[in-house]
Ligand binder design. Structure first.
Ligand code: IMP
Ligand code: MG
Length: 175
């Protein structure tokens, strides 16, 4: 059986994370930074459960490499639109795998002197870590298999699936 997280399970967990953020950021106006492209679905759902006033910005990174393995070289493709000095920043990412992408982003943003900086990831694959990294909010710990759906892609496909599943479960289904 392929690993799978249903639409319903995702919805419930995203709501729970939003509640934690609502509590932790009461009285603040956090700036959510979505990491393109994978985080766009998660971020869009998450913000609709937030009651704290939020601002939203995006950055995009890419790691050179083949389809399903990161080489470790991270490159900034699109920077934020605004400075973040003094802001309570929450980086929103789809999945924490080797940890290289988020370590790079945290280093980059920390240099800009935010008031605070936290990370939220929908998925965490602790078995694949190459550099130590712990996210502040984690949706699900997942096994070290390649996942698609709910924003996650394989060669830019499958981001639109409303659930998360193993690539091998959908590959070949639609050519
Ligand atoms: P890291 O730098 O290895 O932690 O990788 C993070 C990035 O790799 C994520 O933002 C994804 O774009 C991609 N990635 C890692 N694992 C998967 C997966 O199972 N499916 C789709 N993309 C993944
Ligand atoms: Mg990504």
């Amino acid at each position: 059986m392929a690993f799978r997280i249903s639409e319903e399970e995702i919805r419930k967990r995203v709501q729970e994370i939003a509640e934690e953020i609502n509590r932790d950021y009461e009285g603040k106006r956090p700036l959510l930074v979505g990491v393109l492209k994978g985080a766009f679905v998660f971020l869009a759902d998450l913000v609709r459960y937030l009651r704290v006033p939020v601002k939203i910005d995006f950055l995009a990174v890419s790691s050179y490499g083949k389809h399903t393995e990161s080489t470790g070289e991270v490159r900034l493709i699109k920077d934020l639109d605004h400075p973040i000095e003094g802001e309570d920043v929450i980086v929103v990412e789809d999945i924490l795998d080797t940890g290289l992408t988020l370590s790079y982003i945290v280093r980059l943003l920390q240099d800009r002197k935010p008031a605070s900086l936290k990370t939220v990831v929908l998925l965490d694959k602790p078995a694949k870590r190459k550099v130590p990294f712990k996210a502040d909010y984690v949706g699900f710990e997942v096994p070290p298999v390649f996942l698609v759906g709910y924003g996650l892609d394989a060669y830019e496909m499958y981001r639109n699936l409303p659930y998360i599943t193993e690539l091998k479960a959908v590959e070949g289904e639609d050519g």
